[in-house]
Structures are given as structure tokens and as C-alpha cells.
Design a protein around this ligand. Sequence first.
Ligand SMILES: [Ca+2]
Length: 307
Amino acid sequence: MSPISNRATGTAILSTIVITCILGSVACRRPSPAGQEQPAPTPAPASLQPTPSPSASEAGTLWVDPVAGMRFRFIPSGEFTMGSPPSVIGRHENEMQRQVTVRQAFWLGETEVTQGQWHTIMGTNPSHHSGCGEDCPVESVSWFDAIRFANRLSTTSGLPECYQVEGRSAFFSGLDCQGYRLPTEAEWEFAARAGGTHMYSGSKDIDEIGWYRENSGAGTNPVGRKRANAWELYDMTGNVWEWVWDWYDSYQPEDVTDPMGPSAGSRRVFRGCGWNTYALHCRTSFRHSFFPESRDPTIGVRLARSQ
Ligand SMILES: [Ca+2]
């Protein structure tokens, strides 16, 4: 199948969902009941209390943000092969392999941002599957919603905002930013692979590590219930897709260091597959994209922070 037809198929699935969402707009954009406070996130055990300036050297080390209780895992610097070889069944041409160097270690959310964490920071819960509960991933958030969430958590934490938003334009201050941000597409795949070569993030058996079309029950599930990958990251495969920073385009064939995607485009990349995705599209190297203003009940977010 050509990448165009695959993308068309994926877009068609998303379009169906979006249309459904639009028709049922009340459910899609259901606000939190007025005056109803959701419980604060469960505090981390005393031994896991956060430090003001996280530092670590071992992959998978835990750090907990003190504002939303979001758990982060340390992702070391390193090199990896991004993409997949032509021999992989269902592989798309846009997964062309290249060597990528990730020079700067970073922290990545142990799970997708939950509905409870989103409510703590933004005061709303936009999720279509709000009935799933506060431990379920927030979804129906646009790429712009996601970077505004990152900025809000940064300012609430006394950290610099990593994004400047002007109308429909967004500017990223770069990987040296000390605030919260989206991972780049390369950082996301590097962390999903966690030094391994499995088809999915942490296993060749998708049922061990992810919620997808065949086991999700047609909706999101609480985060962290499947097995983590080798760097203690949950649900990198499945549950909800995750926005990353990059504009979508074909990869450049050259080996690259700290790639951040094209400088412009029309669609932003999201990764990792969602609760209604076929296993073939849940492979760690699979890429998808959508308009940055668009929202979908299958797309959420996972935050990163530079070391
Ligand atoms: Ca996910």
C-alpha cells in the first residue's frame, strides 16, 4: 500500500471520528460541571519527591513534577536508527530509515497527560471520554491546546514558557528551554524504542503493552495499566496518539543530529496510535499527522522537559 493511500485511509478514519465528534459536539466538548473540583493527583511517595532541577544519568530514573504530580522518566542522550526497513510488513515510504543522534538527555512523561492533570492545570476537561475518569488520558486536545498546556504548566512551575503563540503561528525557543514542552518526533521514537528493536514500544506482542482497536473496549483506558517499556514509559503504543513538535513531511535521507522537523508545514505529527487503531499502524516507526487546530478523541499529549 502506498503511503498516500495509507495516509488517506488514516485521514478517512480520523475524518469519520471528527464528523461524529462534530455531530455530537456537546459530548465532544463537554466542559467540567461548574464549580465541581476534581480531586488533586495522588501525591507521590516521600521517597519520590521532586527536586527543583532534575538531573540523572540512568535511563528510566523517576522525577515527579511538584505542581501537577506528573511523573517523568529520564531519557539519556544517544544514537538510534529512526524509521523501519522495507522488509517490515505494512511499512510506509515515509518511514525511511536514517541515523539520528539525540545529543541532549531529556525527561519524558511516564504516561500520557491524564484528564486529572489537565484539569489541575487548565481547569477544564475537554475529553470525549470524560466518563473514563481522571486517570485516563486527556484527548480531544489540539496541537495548540497541547503547547498552551505545556506553557501553562511551565509558568505555574516558575519556569520559562517554551512556546510563543501568535495567532496560528507558534515559535519554539529550542531544546535548551527549561520549561515543559512536546517531545520532537525523533525524541519520541528514540524513547519509544528504549534501546530495543521491538515492533511496538517494549514488545513484539501489542497486547502486552498497548490499548488498541482489538482490546481497548472502543475507548480510552486508565494510563499505566499495561507493561512499561525498558525506560519505564507506559502507553507509548496505544491508548491515545501523542502530539509531537514537528511539522509533517518526508524525512530527509541524511543522518541527522537533534532533528526538529521542517520549518513550516500544514500538519503536525502525532505518534504512538490510539484506542481505535489497527495494530499495523501501531508500529513504533509509524507516522501520522493532522492539522494543528484540529481535535480528535483519539489524540492526546505527553510532555517532555530538557535535562
Ligand atoms: Ca499513547
